[in-house]
Design a protein. Structure first.
Length: 272
């Protein structure tokens, strides 16, 4: 049976996740089902179907995919409510079970930091980012929390700001989200969030090579390093640099996923 306009297959959704075109993902599994499998589809946030009238208005104008245990009554009913509120809502075919059966990655919920009152995770790191501190926010925004907030502060203030503002520090010494041995922070996040894939592993090698001055690890690393340093000179505002950097990593990710074998062959000028 062909897919309905109100549903989306796991494979099609997997192609959207990690890109700027990814839909908002709402997980409405009941507590019992979530406790049996406390992992989330990358980028998903949990909501109760019982409160859909309260939170539906926040999604106006967005494309939404609703996930329940098996893609039946909870997700279909929630999506129908959202469509009544003029939200373009679809159901994930097969739900969480179908997603796992298709062998797509899931993020352990206990690795996602506590969300603030608006439902956003808050992260803090050193100001004037170059490579890891742009790559990690890109990974978080595209695969963990699309609404994540990033605070860039003086290096000496990162830990104090993390404590006072209940933010999660990253890419500084002696914290969970940081370098480990030869791995850079981006490597650690890919591993800890359960996001390993051929594309992200290739991108992680590029980031590690550029971030740790081991350019021999990846032939693309010098280009990433040059682009990253160029962006850092273009912007005085770290958040403006981050926004520009998101597009840079969008491009590198799509190359890693879709275009590594594609060549640009300029016609040879053989002369007369």
């Amino acid at each position: 049976m062909p897919a309905s306009y109100t549903s989306i297959s796991p494979d099609k959704l997997a192609r959207l996740i990690g890109t700027a075109a990814a839909p908002t993902l709402i997980d409405v599994r009941i507590d019992e089902d979530f406790s049996a499998d406390p992992r989330l589809i990358p980028g998903a946030v949990r909501r109760s179907h019982l409160d859909v009238q309260d939170w539906a208005s926040r999604l106006t104008g967005q494309s939404v995919v609703v996930v329940c245990h098996k893609g039946k009554k909870l997700s279909k009913g929630t999506a129908a409510w959202l469509r009544c509120g003029k939200v373009a809502a679809e159901v994930l075919e097969g739900g969480q079970v179908g997603w796992k059966e298709a062998n797509h990655p899931t993020v352990p919920a206990d690795k996602i930091p506590k969300r603030d009152g608006r439902g956003c995770t808050v992260w803090v790191t050193r100001a004037r980012p170059k490579i890891d501190r742009i790559a990690c926010p890109w990974l978080i925004r595209r695969f963990v929390d699309p609404t994540a907030v990033f605070l860039f502060v003086a290096p000496s203030e990162v830990e104090a700001v993390a404590e006072r503002f209940e933010a999660t520090p990253f890419d500084i010494e002696n914290v969970f989200w940081s370098h480990r041995g030869e791995l850079c922070t981006f490597d650690v996040m890919v591993k800890e969030f359960g996001l390993s894939s051929p594309a992200l592993e290739r991108l992680a090698t590029m980031v590690r090579a550029a971030d740790t001055a081991r350019l021999d690890l990846s032939p693309e690393a010098p280009g990433l390093l040059a682009a990253s340093l160029g962006l850092s000179r273009m912007f005085d505002d770290d958040l403006e640099q981050l926004n520009a950097g998101l597009q840079l990593y969008d491009a590198f990710y799509r190359w890693c996923r879709d275009a590594t074998k594609e060549l640009h062959n300029w016609p040879t000028n053989k002369g007369k």
